[in-house]
Design a protein around this ligand. Structure first.
Ligand code: ADP
Ligand code: MG
Length: 696
């Protein structure tokens, strides 16, 4: 039997391979570049490229590609073979340092949100040396950032890397204040839990809605859904097990730490969680995970659905983003400590997250906004659209006692002075019980649960890093100038709790009463993508991004435009798909069935006018009424889609899709789903929810 440890990372040009294949000098220079983000000089790059090429060819690779993450949400690659003609007309295999560190790419076919109109169409990709190169399907993939020639970021990775630098700068200032002489850098860490559905390929191929939009636009609920709660953690079916086995092997070879797999709440729904790692690598790995899931599913005659809400009536899929901050000496800054000083440091970092989440709740909401995720957030199965933090009772009580200068706990006599006392230990397990919170503290990390399953984790982490960086900057500014550090620290923590405790909520986030209360607390409830997106370009947010050099103003507006356009495009495709399915497949089938019923009535009457035709007549009547209503909705939908084309303003357009197109889609679906319950299975033209959810 092959041991995992024998092949884990075998397709990765990782530290071990580098050490083996590079000269000591080159290795040291490369390591320094990786650790300190310096640029690589060309002779080192040439040596690395050559070693990489030799290694890749030995493993059967023929091509290389700069692998990047444009604003389509998925990854992009353009393959170049290593071959190059020599003087004698033979081919040799070549790969230069220049080709490794920088690639040219035509940016004109990727979303640029107007950046393209004013600037050159060309873009370039630059090696992110902190993320290892790897081999995928015979191609050496070099993880890269993607920018325009004028330096504007055109991808998800560039701002993420910039935000990691921003939080590193500010956190280091704070850490200096607490001593920490041996810490030279911090990194944010992320472990994204990925949910997905698996359906049978043959059934999938018969559904235009799944093919074009990734979700079902029609479909009546089957007699059984998830109400028996028998799927969650249930026994994994053999076909799914075989898929998971292949998937794990593929991911392990790519150095992805795939760890926990289980069935999720909905039938046909599953989850895979990796062990956490540095944020930009976690983002790369999550993309690889999603890509591998889709590829390997096909090999098993399955299709992996990553959409946030593929089915109405059962849970949608999310991606829990576990996030923390780690020093290069291996200390988790969100881990409560053992000494008064460690505790104070922990409380300060905790407070920085509390303040950041409160002040930038709008941006966190923006970072998870998409047409698909709109069907999930606030739908009583996923966190609401209101951002709040769960801390657990123990930690909340500790913060309260600091805020009000009252003793914590029954036995404690003394007041809890930050920096003087150790925090009382709280039992670890009790912190992880609230699954309805959008942003939950779980032992030593925060779990941001609003992310949709399909999106890259880059945007939410870019925002989280930048918002926390800003708060740490304010904290450092204040503490660096304090006369008495201990007093200033205590006051700062106290003040932060007082000013931002409104964001802390330990109750049931799915409860309607909470939404009311949240409004009373002044928290935002940005229900849909068009409601959320305009907050992206608010003055305070533009200031945040530009001050921390995460986005330029131009980049912010270009992204805003892309997000709005994307929302409109998705709704347009969904609307058109519904019209197409209704007109070409569903209504004709219903009409045929009506004819059968009518013929039956006529022939029965022909035999004897006393024969009871109540079944046929009643069903025919119901079907006719619903068909007329469905047809009316089809025409309305066509008209609304036509009208959408007119407007120019992207924000207005997005609202038009939400307010004028979506409701008609809902109306049409209602008619069709009811028709499905009346029409004979022999006539229904597409696989049902039963077929899709229970067919594997
Ligand atoms: P649950 O489903 O209970 O939330 P899981 O074990 O499925 O728990 O997922 C927890 C995730 O959190 C894993 O990906 C894990 O690696 C990650 N994680 C643990 N510690 C940290 C940390 N310090 N920073 C980021 N992620 C972390
Ligand atoms: Mg979780």
């Amino acid at each position: 039997m092959k041991l995992i440890s024998d092949y884990f990372g075998c397709n990765v040009f990782d530290d071990k391979v580098m050490k083996e294949r590079l000269s000591e000098e080159t290795y040291e220079l490369l390591k320094r570049t990786i650790q300190h983000g310096r640029s690589l000089n060309l002779s080192v790059a040439n040596a690395v490229a050559n070693a990489m090429k030799e290694w890749a060819i030995e493993l059967g690779a023929t091509h290389y590609t700069h692998w990047f993450q444009p604003l389509t949400g998925i990854t992009a690659e353009k393959h170049d073979s290593f071959i190059s003609p020599d003087k004698n007309g033979n081919v040799i295999m070549e790969f230069s340092g220049k080709e490794l560190i920088k690639g040219e790419s035509d940016a004109s076919s990727f979303p640029s949100g107007g950046l393209r109109a004013t600037f050159e169409a060309r873009g370039y990709t630059a090696w992110d040396a902190t993320s290892y190169a790897f081999i995928k399907d015979g191609v050496l993939c070099i993880p890269t950032a993607f920018c325009s020639y004028s330096g504007d970021a055109l991808d998800n990775k560039t701002p993420l890397l910039r935000s990691m630098e921003a939080i590193n700068r500010q956190a280091m200032r704070v850490l200096k204040l607490f001593g920490n002489e041996n810490v030279t850098s911090i990194k944010t860490t992320v472990g994204p839990e990925q949910e997905y559905f698996l359906v049978d390929k043959e059934a999938f191929n018969q559904r235009k809605d799944l093919i074009y939009t990734g979700r079902t636009l029609f479909g009546a609920n089957p007699p059984k859904g998830q109400e028996l709660e028998d799927h969650y953690f249930g026994v994994i079916k053999p076909r799914v097990q075989a898929f998971m086995k292949d998937l794990n092997e593929e991911l392990w070879k790519l150095g992805v730490l795939a760890k926990t797999e289980h069935n999720e709440a909905a039938p046909a729904q599953h989850e895979l969680a990796p062990i956490f790692t540095t944020t930009n690598i976690a983002a790369d790995h999550n993309q690889l995970m999603m890509e591998s899931m889709q590829k390997i599913a096909k090999k098993h005659d399955l299709v992996c659905l990553l959409h946030e809400k593929p089915f109405k009536g059962v849970n949608g899929s999310g991606k829990h983003n576990n996030w923390s901050i780690s020093t290069n000496t291996g200390v988790n800054l969100l881990e409560p400590g053992d000494t008064p000083s460690e505790n104070a440091q922990f409380l300060l970092f905790l407070c920085s997250v509390i303040k950041a989440v409160d002040e930038y709740q709008d941006l966190l909401r923006v970072s998870v906004a998409s047409a698909g995720n709109d069907h999930r957030l606030g739908a009583h199965e996923a966190p609401p659209a209101v951002v709040s933090i769960f801390l657990g009772t123990e930690l909340t009580e500790i913060l309260e006692s600091i805020e009000t200068d009252t003793p914590y706990g029954a036995k404690e006599k003394e007041l809890l002075r930050v920096g003087v006392h150790t925090m009382p230990k709280f039992p670890k397990d009790t912190t992880d019980r609230n699954r309805t919170s959008p942003f939950a503290f779980t032992n030593n990390k925060f779990e941001f649960r609003m992310l949709g399953s399909a999106a890259s984790v880059s945007a939410p982490n870019t925002i989280l890093n930048t918002a926390v960086a800003e708060v740490l900057k304010q904290f450092a500014d204040r503490l660096e100038n304090a006369e008495n550090f201990e007093t200033a620290l205590h006051d700062l923590i106290k003040e932060t709790i007082t000013n931002h405790k409104r964001i802390i909520f330990n109750g049931n986030g799915y409860d309607d009463a909470w939404i009311k209360e949240a409004e009373g607390r002044g928290l935002l409830n940005l229900k849909t993508t068009p409601d959320a997106l305009p907050h992206f370009v608010k003055e305070k947010n533009v200031k945040l991004f530009t001050e921390h050099k995460v986005f330029t103003e131009r980049e912010i507006y270009s992204r805003y435009d892309i997000l709005l356009q994307n929302y409109c495009k998705i709704l347009n495709i969904e609307g058109k798909t519904m019209v197409d399915m209704a007109k070409k497949d569903i209504l004709p089938a219903v009409s045929e069935y009506s004819q059968t019923l009518a013929n039956t009535i006529l022939s029965k009457k022909g035999v004897s006018k006393h024969l009871d035709c109540s079944y046929e007549t009643e069903v025919l009547e119901q079907i006719s009424t619903l068909t007329a209503s469905a047809y009316k909705h089809v025409k309305e939908l066509e008209k609304a889609l036509f009208l959408c084309k007119k407007g120019n303003d992207a924000t207005e357009k997005a609202f038009f899709y939400k307010d004028e197109v979506l409701p008609v889609m809902v109306g049409l679906r209602k008619d069709v789903d009811e028709l499905e319950t009346l029409v004979s299975s022999n006539y229904w033209p597409i696989p049902t929810y039963g077929d899709l959810l229970f067919g594997v």
